[in-house]
Design a protein around this ligand. Structure first.
Ligand SMILES: Nc1nc2c(ncn2[C@@H]2O[C@H](COP(=O)(O)OP(=O)(O)O)[C@@H](O)[C@H]2O)c(=O)[nH]1
Ligand SMILES: [Mg+2]
Length: 446
């Protein structure tokens, strides 16, 4: 799985290896290779383009860490973006709060629906659920038999009604499951070779009648971008909850896995990795990204180095807070950190009441704050009290803001300063300690 993509990506990183510094030219070269690798893996064109753009943005503004090379840093950035692309966190099944969870499987013929039905049944049973399989594909004569054999293999009952319409079978099966204390019902529906109106209408009817907790599209990864288009079409009519991507064990180029989430907004919930009934895995974006890159060790290395930086900055900050020497420069540093770290717990969080100070840390606000602080002299930044009316006018002119905005920033800063100093033991110190403990925590890469 993904061998070629993995190979091409490591080829792209090779151009960066041995470089002491990232120049725009070398980054551009590597990015071009990464983009080509993605397109060759059949990733959607726009998705590949956006991906590379995001990596570029992050790579260019990166602080150089002493302990890692530029190539390693770029690998880490690509890894993080892959995780984002794949959906960040693992998506779980929607379970019914009461009664049986109904899972409806849809998809084209041969995509692996019946196999997935068996696999899911096995998976859910291993979680202690009593499962009922439902043979709702009445058009292929052998379809019901196939499911019954699978059911027997894993000792899960299969619900069948001869000579009845799929809608009827599904409704009855769910009723049966409710009465029989089943925890999950899996509907194995019929598929055609292509999307056709009749098939879709039938699926819509089933969905309307049984209101499944999960409508999952089963899609063959080997069909690449076709699978993505298919997901969009099914989603329009059926409002999918997610996708099961099958046959990832084959020579799938990976494009479907990489584009699905970005294009359709629907998560991949499981992947099929073989014909056997235990070849089903919940989909974990970070594991998949590590598999694709094949460079888990580099990612961990960079992460450690970044953690170390954060830690030393924390210590510096702590000293400043103790000495009550928190300046506008430190403030700006904190804002930049906040932006860089994104979702990471930020150092500014340890400023009690910061969120109440009304300062929005969106991109635009940050640019303004930065412009204002940059227009101050170093003395002014250390000691904002010296900023009188005429200095305010100068700063406003220099930063393209107005005096009112300068005033507002100074007011907010002095509020924050007071809160920081005032909080002492109870506030930031305790938070710092707990953050440090968190910083030490390891991460598992699989
Ligand atoms: N290699 C591989 N084959 C699979 C996988 N899932 C299903 N298949 C095979 O794909 C074929 C069609 O599967 P089936 O479940 O009957 O598809 P359905 O028509 O959608 O019900 C069968 O030969 C399966 O063994 C998978 O994850 N990997
Ligand atoms: Mg089938």
């Amino acid at each position: 799985m993904f061998e070629e993509l993995t190979q091409h990506l490591s080829g792209a990183f090779r151009t960066l290896r041995g470089l002491g510094k990232l120049s725009e030219k070398t980054v551009d070269e590597a990015l071009r290779d990464i983009r080509r690798a993605l397109l060759e893996a059949d990733v959607n064109y726009q998705v590949a383009k956006d991906f590379v753009e995001r990596v570029r943005e992050k790579a260019v503004g990166q602080e150089v860490l002493k302990s890692v090379t530029p190539a390693q840093l770029v690998i880490k950035i690509v890894h993080d973006e892959l995780v984002q692309l794949l959906g960040e966190t693992a998506a779980t099944l929607n379970l019914a709060p009461l009664g049986p969870t109904v899972i409806m499987l849809v998809g084209l013929q041969g995509s692996g629906k019946t196999t997935v039905a068996g696999k899911l049944a096995k998976y859910l049973r291993s979680q202690g659920k009593k499962v009922l399989l439902v043979a709702a594909d009445v058009y292929r004569p052998a379809a019901g038999e196939q499911l019954r054999l699978l059911g027997r293999q894993i000792q899960v009952p299969v619900y069948m009604v001869p000579d009845r319409k799929p809608v009827h079978i599904c409704v009855q099966a769910v009723e049966e499951a409710r009465g029989g204390g089943f925890g999950a019902v899996i509907l194995d529906t019929a598929g055609r070779w292509h999307i056709d109106q009749e098939m879709m209408q039938e699926l819509v009817a089933i969905r309307g009648k049984v209101a499944p907790n999960e409508t999952l599209l089963v899609a063959d990864a080997m069909t690449g971008q076709e699978a993505v288009g298919l997901a969009q079409e099914f989603d329009t009519l059926l409002n999918l909850d997610g996708v099961v991507l099958t046959k990832l064990d084959g020579d799938a180029r990976g494009g479907a896995a990489l584009s699905l989430r970005a294009v359709t907004g629907k998560p991949i919930k499981f992947v099929g990795l073989g014909e056997k009934l235990d070849a089903l895995e919940p989909f974990y974006p970070d594991r998949m990204a590590s598999r694709i890159l094949g460079m888990g060790d580099v990612v961990t290395l960079v992460e450690k180095a970044q953690e170390a930086i954060d830690l030393s900055q924390q210590q510096k900050l702590e000293k400043k807070l103790r000495q009550k020497a928190f300046s506008l420069d430190d403030f700006l540093d904190q804002l930049r950190q906040l932006k860089k770290m994104g979702s990471l717990e930020s150092i500014l969080d340890l400023v009690p009441g910061f969120k109440l100070s009304g300062l929005q840390v969106d991109e635009r606000a940050l640019v303004q704050v930065e412009a204002i602080i940059n227009s101050m002299t170093p003395q002014e930044r250390e000691n904002p009290k010296m900023i009188d009316g005429s200095r305010k006018k100068r700063i406003a002119r220099g930063s393209g803001r107005n005096v009112q905005e300068v005033n507002q920033l100074l007011k907010q800063f002095s509020m924050i300063q007071k809160m920081v100093y005032g909080a002492g033991e109870k506030g930031w110190e305790r938070k710092l300690l707990s953050m440090r403990a968190k910083g030490r925590k390891g991460r598992i890469y699989r």
